[in-house]
Unconditional design. Sequence first.
Length: 452
Amino acid sequence: MILIMQVTFYLVFGIMWHFHLCFSAVFYVERMRQHCWRCSNVTFHCSEHSMCLLWVQTIREQLALLTNRPKNLLVYINPYGGKQRGKQIYDHKVAPIFSRASVSTDVIVTERANHARDHLKTEADLKKYDGVVCVGGDGMFSEMMHGLVSRTQREAGVDENSMEETLMPCGLRIGIIPAGSTDCICYATVGSNDPVTSALHIVVGDSQPMDVCSVHNEDSFLRYSVSLLGYGFYGDVLTDSERKRWMGPARYDISGVKTFLSHRYYEGTVSFLPAEGDSGTPRDKMQCRSGGKFLAINAASMSCACPRSPKGLSPSAHLADGTTDLILVRKCSRLNFLCHLLRHTNKEDQFDHSFVEVYRVKQFRFTPRYQECDSEVDLRESGATGKRFLSQICREHRACGCMPSQSNWNCDGEILPHTAIQVLVHSQLIKLFARGIEEQPVFEDPYAQCAI
Ligand SMILES: Nc1ncnc2c1ncn2[C@@H]1O[C@H](COP(=O)(O)OP(=O)(O)OP(=O)(O)O)[C@@H](O)[C@H]1O
């Protein structure tokens, strides 16, 4: 009994004691299908008050020894993310679990885009907290991560604009309660996009380090990325879908089909520093420069798994090994490109095509064939008349003023204002309240209760 308790005690997260009726309920995590966790409880009845009290005190003492568990959290809720149910999800599904686990919270419902980022960057008294939690989608996570990373660098005197400086890892862990239209980061780090599961990962104090890529244009810092940096196909899908926000989540499908049919390719050169040692490579083709015509240039710092693509863009990408998987899809026929895209949704190897190259790298640089001086992206549907391409004058045909074909970088769902970028992976810069996707059931019967 003692042995079982030691093994599984970390899954207990609360206890409720009823003095007069002489019983106590112990709350614990129960593993369900598809990486979902649920809150369960077992009730102990006891004929003697003193024995019941002893049990309750012992369990409380044991819980107090688990120092990795958060006691104070700062929570940001985006009330407009996804189906606009962030507040409801937090109040009904998450807050009761935090309360049961004796986690106290300060909750901020955001009033505008970048509210959470700015508050974290400057105002928040971070010493009071053991972690920060966002209730929203990938955009909301990205906002919070930017706020926390920038704050950490500023306090450490690190210049984010300099690629030479080593960034300081963040001290606070980040929790993600999925409530967006795309919850890829949550899905790739927990294995599901279920708010209750994420809340339970937070209260049991899970910790998952994560790499962060910094993206620079010459000497200026642009953004951080933790999941996907995509030029060409994924950049075009995002740019088009941003113009169709009014359509809701259906915009991604419509923009995806439209972008696929347009079959645009882009010219440029990718230079990279391959990972060494035991990081492994997704494929064994070593070279450090690749130029030509590309349908897509993707850098996946995590698998980028999501319900539509259960294995993700790069199934073996590691969350925290200091590398990113650079996937170069060269110009090919529409049919071949379709085959490649379809393999993201099934178990076939999406890299097993002659027009696809993949490298595990620590840093890379992309130079478009036609270097632009500036690119202010105009997202209006009537973009052709906007500012977007005004400065993109073809170098080789200055006289004719023809417009070179350039895409935008999709940086974790945000459009970058520059096409020529340098990317550097910072190993384990942040930590999440997550444990990665559990490969094997810990217990022989994965659906059995975790006995205490
Ligand atoms: N109160 C607010 N009002 C408007 N925008 C907000 C607010 N709070 C946060 N945001 C912004 O909303 C964007 C989308 O939020 P979130 O990621 O939570 O939802 P989403 O439905 O997943 O959206 P996305 O289309 O980015 O996947 C974020 O980039 C964030 O900056």
